[in-house]
Design a protein around this ligand. Structure first.
Ligand code: SF4
Length: 351
């Protein structure tokens, strides 16, 4: 293996020059030469982008900023409206935290985001990554912004053999070597762009990478070996029943899920408990329930097979309410939207 010793200053200069020429045009980014992006837009985009992709988050970002153009507008929104608008983005605790944070900024800070990493970190629901990203991008603070992309780039540049999660402190330390008071916001975004468009997880484009001659991972001949990951424990599997009850007008019975727990506070279809065993027990209301197949869904900590039962009936459970199918389809989290779609394989119900 050729000996490569990454030069911090050279990498910084090259990557910033590359960013000046190739920065992605993203809806939440300020145009080249414009003032920095509003903190509200940076914060909103960073929360949305955690665990989802730019193409998936983009329409949500447009919808949110059209409907709630500023943090005080969002703070004044009804919980259910925001939860509904978030449906499909996953990780619903984030939507609750989003509202809590917006209300704290509106109520305790006069509608103005704190301009330091520490001040941002003190807001409800704002973690270390988001605080650093907003501090760097919106306020040009010298914050060390480390997400999965940055970890991968650092692991490759320095050929870090230690697997994550044990390697995380080392990767963070390496990333910090590059953070200075010179253009910290642009540096954070340059690194994000490199990770997203060039140093991609499975197929890095090392031939066009502006720092390839500084990359120890490339010099090993196997850059994709990094980031090294510890073997994951298998994800547990659960099973449950979803009850899709229609009335004579074709509306569907929905309920608001309890605040605590998975998908807390979101709109849901009625379901049984989700357990490792096959679900049993009578349906929650009597009706001519018919099986309509099953849907699969993968959550962060478990996968789920949801068997769908469907019926027509007039008496929803006390906690249920009727909703037009189109409205429910738009507002339900993905797992329930899949179950609702599944119920439509029984077309004779709607004749
Ligand atoms: S040379 Fe390849 S592996 Fe190294 S940083 Fe560039 S794209 Fe990533």
């Amino acid at each position: 293996m050729a000996h490569v010793s990454p030069d911090i200053s050279a990498i910084r200069a090259r990557l910033l020059a590359w960013y000046d020429a190739h920065a992605r045009s993203l809806p939440w980014r300020a145009a080249a030469g414009a003032a920095r992006t509003e903190p509200y837009r940076v914060w909103l985009s960073e929360v949305m982008l955690q665990q989802t992709t730019v193409p998936h988050a983009t329409p949500y970002f447009h919808a949110f900023t059209m409907r709630w153009p500023g943090v005080e507008d969002l703070a004044a929104a009804e919980d259910a409206e925001v939860m509904g608008a978030w449906a499909g983005l996953g990780y619903y605790a984030r939507a609750r935290n989003l509202l809590a944070c917006a209300r704290a900024v509106a109520g305790d800070h006069g509608g103005v985001f704190p301009d330091t990493e520490a001040g941002l970190l003190a807001l409800p629901g704002v973690g270390a990554y988001t605080a650093a990203a907003v501090a760097a991008i919106a306020f040009d603070r010298a914050a060390n912004v480390v997400d999965g992309n940055v970890e991968r780039v650092m692991a490759r540049l320095f050929a870090v053999e230690t697997p994550v999660p044990a390697a995380r402190p080392e990767l963070r330390r390496l990333a910090a070597l590059f953070v200075t008071d010179d253009r910290p916001g642009d540096w954070a975004q340059a690194l994000m762009d490199l990770g997203a468009t060039v140093c991609r997880p499975r197929s890095p484009s090392c031939d066009i990478c502006p720092v390839s001659d500084q990359c120890r991972g490339l010099a090993t001949g196997e850059p994709t070996r990094f980031l090294v990951k510890a073997r994951k424990a298998d994800r547990p599997h659960r099973r449950g029943l979803a009850y899709v009850l229609f009335d004579a007008q074709g509306r569907v019975a929905v309920e608001t899920r309890p605040d605590k727990g998975l998908l807390g506070g979101m709109l849901g279809l009625p379901t049984s408990d989700w357990t490792a065993e096959d679900p049993s027990g009578p349906p929650p209301v009597p009706a001519d329930w018919r099986a309509a197949g099953a849907v699969e869904h993968v959550f962060t900590h478990f996968s789920l097979t949801l068997t769908v039962l469907t019926a027509q009936g007039q008496t929803p459970h006390a906690d249920w309410r009727w909703m037009p199918v189109q409205d429910a389809r738009a507002a339900l989290p993905t797992v329930f939207a899949k179950a609702l779609d599944r119920a439509f394989i029984e077309p004779d119900l709607f004749l």
